[in-house]
Ligand binder design. Sequence first.
Ligand SMILES: [Fe+2]
Ligand SMILES: [Fe+2]
Length: 211
Amino acid sequence: MLEISGSILKGDIHSQQNLDSIQADPIFAKRFINYLFTVHTMIRASVPLMHVAYKKCLQLEHDPLVSSLLLYYETHIEEERDHDEWLLDDFEVIGIPRREILSRRPSLAVAELVGSQYYWTYHWHPVSLLGYIAVMEGYPPKKEDIIYLQKRTGFSDKAFRTLSKHSFLDPRHRDDMNDLLNSLPLNPDQEEWITLNALYTADRVREIIKY
Ligand SMILES: [Fe+2]
Ligand SMILES: [Fe+2]
């Protein structure tokens, strides 16, 4: 799961017309690598976060949300499994070994964002994680964004396999999330928890990705 829109990286408005005239830019390529690294630091935590949510659901008794949440997390864990590995494969195409990515220090901001999700999910309620997931999967990269990134970085299209797959997968995941949110018997407090977490996540992600 959990990736961030490539459109954040566009930096300027592009049209189909000027896509053809875009030249590779080494400075932009470096920024793109940093962006991908940041994305990896977040998506490596996606499946583990959902495992925490699943485990917490099992501990809740007489909670009307539990059966739907268990089904959602169980399914989505499988859907998102190894997406962080896919991204490491893309790094290898660029020429960056996975050990280099895994040994690089993740930012404090990412640790705070992901850490807050662990806390709220396990020590509060596993429904709150839906706000985080809704944002992380809510803005999948568009095909034209990926073409733009290819041209601007000069990297092989094999370096964009994870982004390309998510341009296809995440619109479905977003629909599944919307269906879940519409079907859950949420009380007003729970609706507020999810909304607040989504707003918090969107705000933090905007800061984290800014460069
Ligand atoms: Fe996803
Ligand atoms: Fe994913």
